[in-house]
Write a protein that binds this ligand. Structure first.
Ligand code: CA
Length: 243
């Protein structure tokens, strides 16, 4: 089954073969189980302002800026774009709600195991996240010690256009000094999958949230797993097909 997927990928891109050298990891929803809090905060904010956003929609919009998400809702509800003032007010409310719930960051189950397998295999590990939080390094070092140093990280601070633009993952390739057929992307969000696919990279979706698999496959994900643990359990089989 994986063999068919890789064949299809190679045909679509006109590449000769996959020759894995680097694994590009998204962070929220892949390495950290941080999405439930974000989605919950968005839902509560939406209820407060009567915006009609569902929790599942919050997941689908993961990776978008607050303004872009609010524009979608305002267009749907009122047929107009959101104003800068409304963005400011509503986003401030969302942050307040988020901070109220912001318990200790939880690592995603199976992620540490997968990282250690990949490291043992000798592949490069690169982080490609839309987050620009200053506490990023501390969190990564705490749960995944010695893996994510500054020179293997593409964050919001390194790119002009975030996901779903391909730029973050193109930067990831550059950082690893590899071609698209020498890497894979691990992503949980539809917009993140779109970014990886548009960068020409074999993109593995891990559906760690409540959205339909179809949303991720529809964005062009080449493979899909339902948890990081499942991906880790199947890593050896996947690796055989991409090296
Ligand atoms: Ca994510």
């Amino acid at each position: 089954m994986i063999e068919n997927k890789t064949k299809q990928y190679l045909q679509e891109h006109g590449f000769e073969n996959l020759n894995l050298k680097a694994v590009l990891f998204d962070m929220d929803g892949v390495l950290f189980d941080s999405m439930p809090t974000h989605a919950h905060a968005w839902k509560e904010t939406s209820d407060h302002y009567n915006l009609g956003l569902s929790e599942s929609e919050a997941y689908e919009n993961e990776g978008r800026t607050a303004k872009s998400t609010l524009n979608i809702l305002f267009q749907r509800n009122e047929g107009r774009d959101v104003t800068e003032e409304e963005v400011k007010e509503i986003y401030a409310y969302k942050i307040k709600v988020y901070n109220k719930y912001n318990v200790e960051t939880v690592p995603m189950k199976g992620a540490a195991e997968l990282l250690s397998k990949i490291r043992k295999d000798g592949f490069q590990i690169i982080l490609v996240t839309g987050s620009g939080q200053d506490t990023l390094m501390d969190r990564l070092e705490k749960f995944y010690p010695g893996i994510f140093t500054k020179d293997v990280m593409i964050t919001a601070k390194n790119v002009k256009r975030g996901k779903p633009d391909p730029e973050p993952y193109l930067q990831g390739l550059k950082c690893a000094n590899v071609h698209p057929w020498e890497a894979i992307v691990i992503e949980n969000a539809p917009l993140g999958v779109r970014s990886g696919v548009r960068a020409g990279i074999f993109t593995v979706a891990v559906n760690t949230g409540p959205i339909d698999d179809e949303k991720l496959l529809g964005e062009g994900a080449n493979l899909l797993y339902h948890s990081m643990q499942e991906l880790s359990d199947n890593w050896e089989e996947l690796r055989k097909n991409i090296q």
